[in-house]
Design a protein around this ligand. Structure first.
Ligand SMILES: NC(=O)c1ccc[n+]([C@@H]2O[C@H](COP(=O)([O-])OP(=O)(O)OC[C@H]3O[C@@H](n4cnc5c(N)ncnc54)[C@H](OP(=O)(O)O)[C@@H]3O)[C@@H](O)[C@H]2O)c1
Length: 305
């Protein structure tokens, strides 16, 4: 099973073309590190190959391919793709854990979520709880679970609605404050920990963004940042949001999972464990995110096309 491995110093980055993986891959490459970028689409990995990375094309549920990818690596960034169903999440986390074990990988940073201490009833976050448990069961693995806050990038999905309906809506309570983080803060934090490998055993680190915001407050920040002062937040009924998610191409089981997550957030079940502190607070404010990312996407040609 676990054979002695000699590290060739390569970092393996799952989901390298994604929000967090791309930040990590670029950060490690800029430090001169050897990087193996993984994803299904070789075209989406080319920008890293151009900077010296090795592309590794595989599906996240292919344990044998992942075992090859991890073999001899210095460390890996592990993540599950956005959930299509709980069954799918289990298949992917099974494959990742099997590959970590069989390859004898010694260090991993694993993307999880705030609220992953709760085993069920939290939608996709329950799948991350399960993934944490599977990695924690691997003896000899040093793993750091990053329990990240609600991504600011989630707001990008509302751009069409703002253009067409003049409002920003989802299923979250208007005045409930929740931690929100820019994915670049998750990526930069993960890259630092991967560079230093300064963790051992099984550890978790909540990353709660710059501050907590309610959807009403977040919408006001977005309104100012895009020059749309009348923009307001509206809470939609769960069944309406589920329908919109399905129309956006999310499979029905995945959409149902997101509704379960919204309900868990609104009920106060999906919450951080720790009070805010310098250790779990990250630099990018929502104002910075709107200025650097949201406004460009809102005013960009892809949206108006
Ligand atoms: N949204 C939130 O508020 C939030 C908060 C905390 C944690 N999270 C967690 O963050 C994770 C998503 O992270 P992210 O935003 O950095 O990723 P992302 O931007 O959604 O990108 C997903 C990445 O995974 C790859 N991928 C997708 N399906 C794959 C498959 N079947 N096999 C191999 N690769 C696959 C994609 O590349 P290809 O398509 O090219 O294969 C892409 O690189 C999820 O686990 C989510 O639960 C989300």
């Amino acid at each position: 099973m676990v054979s002695p491995v000699v590290s060739n110093g390569v970092y393996v980055i799952l989901g390298a073309s994604g929000n967090t993986g791309s930040i990590i891959a670029n950060s490690l490459l800029s430090k001169g590190e050897k990087v193996r970028v993984m994803g299904r689409d070789p075209g989406r990995l080319q920008r890293f190959v151009g900077k010296g990375a090795e592309a590794f094309t595989a599906d996240m549920s292919d344990a044998a391919a992942l075992t090859n990818a991890f073999s001899g690596a210095r460390a890996a960034y592990l993540m599950l793709p956005p959930a299509k169903s709980r069954k799918n999440q289990e298949r992917e986390s099974d494959a990742i854990a099997k590959a970590v074990k069989e390859s004898g990988l010694l260090y991993a940073v694993h993307l999880s979520s705030y609220g992953a201490q709760v085993p069920e009833g939290t939608g996709p976050v329950a799948g991350l709880h399960s993934s944490e448990q599977k990695l924690n069961a691997i003896s000899g693995l040093n793993v750091l679970h990053l329990r990240a806050a609600y991504f600011m990038e989630n707001s990008l999905a509302a751009i069409g609605m703002i253009h067409w309906m003049g409002l920003l809506g989802n299923a979250l309570l208007p005045d409930l404050k929740l931690p929100m983080i820019a994915t670049r803060d998750v990526g930069n934090y993960a890259a630092q920990r991967l560079l230093h490998l300064d963790f051992s055993g099984k550890q978790t680190r909540e990353l709660l963004g710059e501050r907590d915001l309610s959807m009403t407050e977040a919408t006001a920040v977005i309104a100012r940042g895009i020059g749309h002062p009348d923009l307001r937040y509206e809470q939609f009924p769960y069944d309406q949001v589920q329908q919109v998610l399905t129309q956006m191409g999310i499979p029905p089981k995945g959409a149902a999972l997101y509704i379960e997550m919204y309900k868990a957030i609104n009920a106060g079940v999906l919450v951080p464990l720790e009070p805010r502190s310098p250790e779990n607070t990250t630099p990018t404010s929502l104002e910075n995110f709107v200025q650097d990312v949201f406004a460009a996407a809102y005013h960009g040609p892809a949206i108006s096309a």
